[in-house]
Write a protein that binds this ligand. Sequence first.
Ligand code: ARG
Length: 468
Amino acid sequence: MQPDDKPAAKAPAGKAWSGRFAEPIDSLTQRFNASISFDRRLAEFDIQGSLAHARMLARCGLLSLGDLADIERGLAQILADVQADRFAWSLEREDVHLNIEYRLTELVGDAGKRLHTARSRNDQVATDLRLWLRAQIDELAALLKRVREGLLDLAEKHTETLMPGFTHMQVAQPVTFGHHLMAYFEMFSRDAERLADCRRRVNRLPLGASALAGTSFPIDRESVANELGFDGVCENSLDAVSDRDFAVEFLAAAALVMAHVSRLSEELVIWMSPGFGFVRIADRFCTGSSIMPQKKNPDVPELMRGKTGRVYGSLVAMLTVIKGQPLAYNKDNQEDKEPLFDTADTLRDVLALLAELLKGIEPDAQRMRQALRKGYATATDLADYLVRKGVAFRDAHEIVARAVRAAEESGRDLSELGVEALRAFSPLISDDVLAALTPEGSVAARNHIGGTAPEAVRRAIARARKRL
Ligand code: ARG
């Protein structure tokens, strides 16, 4: 149900903070101030936090067992209504916290009014947000794992598939497609580490900080932290209600995930273009053109690349929200939610889709090999060969450059010049050079940790499987 955004018609009777006000709130102010249109998403976490708070109050003798039972019953009903999408959210009740508290009091009477003892919306919203973000991180980490598994599965099939590796978008040296994919596995593994690291700082309990200074009631914060699965409590009440650097950290980690997704997307778009033709993507992930019947467009990778912008935007928005805020809580912090929500939603879709997309990628080994031929990809191997025969690398570089020019003039690859023709550039060249000049020989020679040899890649995949 949509929040009712009609202006408040009469005096603000019943508003949680209306007691000291002489006139009703201005209708635009009401809409501008309210967060209910988006923070409803926190409802389940708000209820979870309230239940833990109420139970602690009862344990500490600050709430009767009868009141606790009423609160538990009321919140259970509210949760059911929220989940069934029949809770009547109201703009007049401003935000998710007041909407739920007001409804609770409607349902169970005075007990509902006692729930807010030793608590403020400031520590309440910080708690809700951390609970929500923790759940998001766990979900995103699981999706990231699926992406990493997808990369391993594809890499495993292509430890021997040869393709050009590029620098400056120019053919550089032969690599295996599996090796190329494993580069992304490494990026996404660091992303997973960053999320896990960020989670540790998210997972601290603000409740008990109350508005900013703590509370005069004898509360037990550790027990609330325990019940809610937090690793501990926020140490300083002022910091607890005003800190949002955990949100910045999450958004920064998310921005890097998107940077990596975007690089891979960019490569897929290039590889799919007819000039390259390196990969095909299953039809179910492609779209057509409304005018050009022949087209099969890579809309999905393009959108993944495009959505990177909104995530970067959210990071900058959040950094800007926290800058210049004096201690402690300020309403600026209400602006923390939409960038976080949008980022979590974007990442969830992107990672879920990418995990599926990886199953639909089919490289064209022949096209990849042709591209290798065109780019003199084994020129470095010829230089290395001469070095092994005693030539200084700089001299070898010069010799090979001349050979490449000759090959270019005759429209052939180095390996096609023949040993005799190559010997014209250096008498040290003999029959064994041909093995070094094939792409197979070139990749096989790079057989060390981090190298592109099929054997090295197979070992890298095995280690990666263990890490997962
Ligand atoms: N809706 C508010 C937010 O998102 C809740 C906290 C309001 N606290 C206050 N003192 N007005 O931050």
